[in-house]
Design a protein around this ligand. Structure first.
Ligand code: SF4
Ligand code: SF4
Length: 442
């Protein structure tokens, strides 16, 4: 007889996302599953401090007539769903009931299903379409001359007020700048002929530039390329690239995620088959290829190939360090660095590789901060969520203020911008790869 256990003791596994099955979109079935999982969460409450999703749920339950989940109106379930930004932290850091536990709780992917059902029924607002169309908006906004107009408009209070009123982008949210030319026009391709393999790394890298580094912050990509080349790793770009699909996933627009995959995966596989590894400088984009696409397309061997050959930048450098292939001749110390580990990197289960790298720099003290910054994709820029985003980020802002560091940084440059907004002292964040380049003195 199997013994029922309180909480899972085995490593979490995950079931594929059954998004091509018509039952996935059956609202009655979805509501039954929401009620089942909400009931487990209501009895558990471990996740209450992670985000606004759980406090919203528990308030609905506590204020209902029965004070149980059955007292919550089904029409209120969406209030819970809309607070989830799919960071995955509850799944990987808190929940004892994830598979293989028999209760089979996958809270983020249940929220994703609810978002997908809503998207199928209602589509998305103009604001959400704009925020998730990173490729199209980025292409337009980085046209010379247009780029200056867009940046000026995004910093003009009267324009921002109109934006808040008309499309719901909060006036106080820090919108990323656009830069021209984009990263993809700044990088010269290396040949891979001087690559030195080490462990499972081939020693030659295709840089999936990502929309953010391409259009908003090309210097992250340039710093990464400089650090890789300084470590004798040839770098090139893929011939073609689309948004990884993460902003569309956040909306529940799974068809658009699939369309982007149809462009990106064959292109990346083409290079993997020629012996190149893949790196992307934004943790959410790496996670898309490492986790979400493999769960959406569990039988696609090409998706699996990309999953097995894509790396976080510092994961890659530290994998090579294991084999003596990291240049550790640092010329400059960094002093005191407050380092924020973003959720989408933490849930890759690679360990604190960025921190481990920065700790190799002599006379450098790292203050590690493992808490949500509150940025969370597009959550922080939305009128209805910005105040929550600032509240979620407050412990991070406080810790940085207390530490009074020489630099603060996050692998997620958007989270770093949100942190700068929360600090509100005019200081500018760094990216860890920028600090790495600075430490090398290159
Ligand atoms: S995935 Fe993140 S945002 Fe969503 S419920 Fe879990 S902790 Fe909250
Ligand atoms: S997701 Fe898991 S850990 Fe979090 S409240 Fe629900 S049951 Fe508890």
């Amino acid at each position: 007889m199997s013994k029922r256990q309180e909480g899972g003791l085995q490593a979490p596994t995950r079931h594929p996302i059954d998004w091509q099955n018509p039952e996935f979109y059956d609202e009655t079935k979805l509501n039954e599953e929401l009620e089942r999982v909400f009931d487990i969460c209501h009895g558990c409450r471990r996740c209450v401090s992670l985000c606004e999703t759980f406090p919203t749920l528990f308030d609905l339950v506590d204020n209902s007539e029965t004070m149980e989940v059955d007292g919550v109106a089904k029409s209120d379930y969406h209030k819970v769903v809309e607070q989830c930004y799919l960071c995955d932290l509850c799944y990987l850091t808190k929940c004892p009931y994830v598979p293989p536990h028999e209760w089979n709780v996958d809270f983020p992917h249940l929220m994703l299903r609810a978002k997908a059902v809503k998207f199928k029924k209602q589509g998305a607002s103009l604001r959400d379409k704009l925020l998730s169309s990173t490729d199209n908006v980025g292409k337009l906004a980085t046209i010379p001359v247009v780029v200056d107009m867009v940046n000026a408009a995004n910093r003009t209070p009267s324009v921002r007020k109109v934006m808040e009123k008309t499309i719901g982008v909060h006036t106080k949210a820090r919108l990323p700048r656009y830069e021209s030319p984009p990263l993809r026009r700044r990088i010269q391709n290396d040949l891979g002929d001087r690559a030195v393999p080490a462990g499972r790394t081939s020693g030659k890298v295709v840089l999936f530039s990502t929309c953010y580094a391409n259009y908003n912050n090309p210097s992250i990509g340039e710093d990464l390329v400089a650090v890789l080349r300084h470590n004798n790793i040839p770098v090139r770009l893929p011939d073609e690239e689309r948004c990884c699909g993460m902003p569309k996933l956040e909306l529940g627009d799974l068809e658009s995620v699939a369309k982007a995959k149809e462009i990106n995966v064959p292109e990346l596989v083409k290079w993997i088959e020629q012996g190149w590894d893949i790196i992307a400088p934004v943790p959410s984009c790496v996670l898309m290829f490492k986790q979400e696409l493999p769960l959406m397309f569990p039988d696609d061997p090409d998706v699996a190939k990309v999953r097995d050959h894509i790396y976080d930048p510092f994961e890659y450098l530290m994998l090579r360090h294991k084999h003596g292939k990291l240049n550790t001749e640092f010329r400059h110390s960094l002093g005191k660095v407050a380092y924020h580990a973003p959720c989408h990197q933490r849930v890759q289960r690679i360990g604190p590789k960025t921190m481990e790298f920065l700790q190799l720099v002599p006379d450098t003290e790292i203050i590690n901060i493992e808490r949500c910054s509150g940025h969370d994709g597009t959550y922080a820029v939305k009128r209805e969520f910005h105040d929550n985003a600032m509240k979620i980020g407050r412990p991070v802002f406080r810790k940085i203020k207390q530490a009074a560091p020489d630099h603060y940084c996050s692998d997620c440059a958007m989270a770093a911008e949100h942190i700068a907004n929360g600090l509100g002292d005019g200081s500018e964040p760094k990216h860890p790869i920028q600090l790495a380049r600075q430490a090398y003195g290159i």
